[in-house]
Write a protein that binds this ligand. Structure first.
Ligand code: AMP
Length: 430
């Protein structure tokens, strides 16, 4: 019996695998670190929520008619329990739930949070689209000022820039509100009705269930048919229109270039006013690096007091794939040990001293290693080189008896002897 990771889920490994070098834990840590740093600079604080939530939370917030809720959730009920649980398919609703549960909105009228979390969606997998994926996200609650929309979008762009990615385009749109959207939905249906039968099966399904989503298609024929469809921005009320114009003013002031994209719609029902997506230019069909938008009705929908909010989710995998495609080398810190202890001679004498030395180096904050396999000098040295150790510490019977150790630079081969008790200090001084 051979086991493998579930389809379209992957392992991230301690060393870069040859074909997909982005599946390397050091790169993940680095990118997460950049994200944390940028969030901190913009005043966002971290929140972590469980992987599981009550299924109803997602049904209510994301919307029953969306692809995610209607066909992609990992949902189950434990034997003996009535309660249906779902592995989170997105990060925003759980954050809203947690903030309501812990009265964070009441305590912080303006609340800015970030998270790094795993999402689960039963999707048709391909490169850049997995059934488990990680998102880097932020949420800003408590203001409907378009300047905070501009801040949220700028933070995302700044994150990519900090990684050296500039091959991307920002698309923005306004999707109106629950009051203005029905007008537009009807206008869109009226436009499509005469050629409805020519639309793809998925397009026809969306016509009934969620007409805005007809616009979010990659089907070439559908795109052609929808080319002259009415634009959402023509159906905005004055408030939404003004909000959208101000957002553009602030983005311009911040020096963030953008495209107004009237066909941009997002996969969840909860968005209001601002919607945006950052598209990578090197990603092929799965080109959305990340996206987000405003969700002024969501907190109330989840049982809280009316609280405006805006946020985004950026796909970790697509970010790393983009870095790989662009050939951007991340300055990941070395994981090599500074010191490697090599034992020579009578094991019963040398080994206790070596083990003690190893412990003392590590306690002093030095990354140190030894070979536990009782192998000869040459093989231990080879292991030190494989690990990329900067110094080897040679400890034989005679050294152990004199309580000294020889420190040897692997680069220059220079060697000097120090008392065992001084080894850590000597290495730190180097
Ligand atoms: P969404 O939550 O659907 O708005 O997605 C936000 C971002 O997460 C997207 O732009 C992608 O970068 C990423 N993403 C969404 N779904 C997947 C998936 N199945 N596999 C990999 N990345 C994804």
């Amino acid at each position: 019996m051979k086991y493998a990771a579930p389809p379209y889920m992957y392992d991230v490994l301690p060393a870069a695998p040859p074909k997909e070098s982005w599946l390397h834990t050091a790169k993940w840590r680095y990118v997460e670190g950049v994200f944390r740093e940028v969030c901190c600079r913009y005043g966002y604080r971290e929140i972590r929520t469980p992987i599981l939530e009550q299924t109803d939370l997602f049904k209510r917030s994301i919307g029953e008619a969306t692809d995610i809720v209607s066909k992609e959730m990992f949902t189950f009920t434990r034997e003996g329990s009535e309660r249906s649980l779902t592995m989170k398919p997105e990060g925003t609703a759980p954050v809203v739930r947690a903030c309501i549960q812990h009265s964070l909105f009441a305590e912080n009228p303006l609340l800015k949070l970030y998270y790094i979390g795993q999402n689960f969606r039963y999707e048709r997998g391909q490169k850049g689209r997995y059934r488990q994926h990680q998102q880097l996200g932020i949420e800003a609650f408590g203001s409907d000022d378009p300047a905070i929309d501009a801040e949220v979008i700028t933070l995302a762009m700044e994150f990519y820039r900090a990684l050296g990615i500039s091959e991307m385009d920002l698309h923005i749109n306004s999707v109106g509100t629950a009051t203005t959207r029905p007008l537009y939905k009807e206008a869109l249906r009226d436009f499509v009705r005469p050629f409805l039968s020519e639309l793809s099966a998925e397009g026809q399904r969306r016509f009934e269930l969620n007409p805005l989503r007809m616009l979010d298609t990659k089907d070439k024929n559908d795109l052609r048919l929808l080319e002259a469809a009415p634009h959402m921005t023509d159906y905005l009320d004055d408030e939404c229109r003004e909000h959208f114009l101000q957002l553009q003013t602030y983005l311009t002031a911040l020096g963030v270039p953008y495209f107004v994209d009237p066909t941009l719609v997002r996969g969840f029902d909860y968005y209001t006013k601002t919607a945006f997506e950052i598209k990578g230019r090197n990603l092929g069909s799965q080109d959305a690096l990340g996206g987000g938008g405003r969700y002024d009705g969501l907190v109330e929908e989840c049982g809280g007091s009316p609280t405006p909010g805006i946020g985004f989710g950026l796909g970790m995998e697509r970010c790393l794939i983009t870095l790989e495609t662009l050939g951007i080398e991340l300055p990941v810190p070395s994981e090599s040990p500074l010191a490697f202890i090599i034992m020579l001679g009578e094991e019963s004498v040398v080994k206790p001293a070596a083990v003690k030395l190893l412990g003392s180096l590590r306690s002093a904050g030095i990354a140190a290693e030894m070979d536990y396999r009782g192998r000869n000098f040459k093989k231990q040295l080879k292991r030190a080189d494989e690990l990329g150790a900067s110094y080897t510490l040679l400890l034989g019977d005679e050294e152990a008896a004199r309580k000294v150790v020889a420190i040897r630079s692997q680069a220059t081969k220079e060697q000097r002897e120090v008392p065992i008790g001084d080894a850590a200090a000597a290495l730190l001084a180097l």
